[in-house]
Design a protein around this ligand. Structure first.
Ligand code: C2E
Ligand code: CA
Ligand code: CA
Length: 409
């Protein structure tokens, strides 16, 4: 659905008036208009426009007053493009396109202001420049663009790494697997958190390349961990590496095909890889996601829902989607001791998982009290700083080799 409509203006009538608010642009289909500006009480014609021209386009990006008056020189037919319609189109556009649109329009306004005011004194900021400089969304877009470019280069320079956080089978006190967590080892800025660069990569689409890379590296790590796992440390289930995926991974291309291609390429068994996705992914792309996940599951890959309970209240997707494991959000674990309502929630989530035949992982275990409690509540697996922080590959190998169940009593 669009808000585009047609309008006619008789010769001599005004399409828009300088200084007035405007919330639409016009594309001239037939006829001629003149563009007029007011200078010191005088009206100056600064140009004429004919079929195919767009006028009033600045109203598409902001709600500042019209900078010119436009009058029909002949009877005109125009197409009206509303700001709401434009905003909808822009919403689905690439962030770089959005940023360029904003910059171009701001520069254009600036140029108009300069031509109107003659040249401003040196160092003077025009109103348009102030708008451009104070525009935080522009700054954010620009820094996102910089991060994204640097991230692209980082991939080529091997600055990206995976760390592995052990996941412990808390009932048996064995190592169940590891979660792969991405790190960016920047030569000057040091270690950059995924909390900074993952959202940028998600926004730009680069995430699909990062995910592909992470899966390949995780496959090799999983093979190595499996080969290292001494019998006494092994639990009843295959040791796994859990890899995080984002919405874009599912919406761009053939997710299942890419996963199986990478597993084959790295000669890795599906049982050794778990796919970790967030609740929001299921909400945002239900059909495509469901199909892809069903194929993955049929192929032998396990699916975990990350940060469970943190986002959406709808539980209906739980039985509609093929899910093996729920990972209780860290915030519940953190507040469980001391907050009866958090405790009730944790118990309810564990009960829910049980009833649906799902496994449950508690994240963010930082103290022995939390570990004890979560074990008593019947949780299957857990991870957290109390057991281990995320480790570089070599340290994760050593963790496996040297594992001794910590004293819990
Ligand atoms: P997440 O998937 O929920 O990962 C768990 C985060 O909690 C990790 O943060 C981990 O270091 C941290 N954590 C683990 N145990 C504890 C604990 O006991 N206490 C506290 N306070 N924190 C703990 P990290 O590595 O900074 O990752 C942050 C988020 O970035 C991840 O949250 C995930 O959403 C995203 N991320 C990381 N790597 C990837 C990746 O390869 N792909 C995608 N798509 N996202 C990733
Ligand atoms: Ca995760
Ligand atoms: Ca999580």
């Amino acid at each position: 659905m669009t808000d585009q409509s047609l309008a006619s203006f008789a010769k001599g009538s005004l399409l828009m008036r300088e200084g007035e608010a405007g919330d639409c642009a016009y594309i001239i289909e037939s006829g001629q208009v003149e563009v007029l500006v007011q200078r010191g009480g005088e009206i100056l014609q600064i140009g004429t426009r004919g079929p195919g021209s767009i006028i009033g386009e600045m109203a598409m990006l902001d709600d500042r007053p019209r900078t010119a008056t436009v009058r029909a020189l002949e009877d005109c037919n125009v197409m009206v493009l509303s700001r709401a319609d434009f905003a909808r189109r822009l919403e689905t556009a690439d962030p770089v396109v959005r940023m360029i649109m904003r910059v171009v329009i701001t520069r254009y306004r600036d140029m108009m202001t300069r031509t109107q005011n003659i040249l401003p004194p040196p160092g003077f900021q025009t109103q348009a420049e102030q708008v451009e400089n104070s525009d935080t969304s522009h700054d954010v877009a620009l820094s996102a663009l910089k991060i994204n470019q640097a991230l692209k280069e980082a991939m080529g320079k091997n600055e990206l790494l995976l760390y592995y956080q052990p996941i412990i089978d808390i009932q048996r006190m064995k190592i169940a697997g590891f979660e792969a967590l991405m790190r960016w080892q920047h030569p000057e800025k040091g270690m950059i958190s995924p909390g900074v660069f993952i959202p940028v990569a998600e926004e730009s689409g680069l995430i699909t390349e990062l995910s592909k890379w992470a899966l390949g590296v995780s496959c090799d790590a999983a093979k190595s961990f499996v080969s290292l796992l001494p019998g006494k440390n092994a639990g009843p289930h295959p040791l796994f590496v859990s890899v995080n995926f984002s919405v874009k991974d599912f919406s761009d291309g053939d997710f299942f095909g890419q996963i199986t291609h990478t597993l084959d390429k790295h000669a890795t068994l599906p049982e050794n890889i778990h796919l970790e996705i967030t609740e929001s992914l299921l909400m945002e792309a239900p059909d495509a996601t469901k199909l892809a996940l069903e194929k993955c599951r049929a192929h032998g890959l396990s699916v975990s829902i990350d940060d469970f309970g943190s986002g959406y209240s709808s539980l209906s997707y739980l039985h509609a989607f093929p899910i093996d494991t729920l990972k209780i959000d860290q915030s519940f674990v953190r507040s469980m001791i001391g907050s009866p309502s958090s405790m009730i929630l944790v118990k309810s989530i564990i009960g829910l998982a049980r009833n649906l035949g799902m496994k449950i992982i508690a994240e963010g275990i930082e103290t022995i009290e939390q570990a004890r409690l979560i074990r008593e509540l019947g949780c299957d697996e857990c991870q957290g700083f109390w057991f281990s922080r995320p480790l570089p590959f070599k340290d994760a190998q050593a963790f496996l080799n040297n594992w001794q169940a910590p004293e819990m009593e």
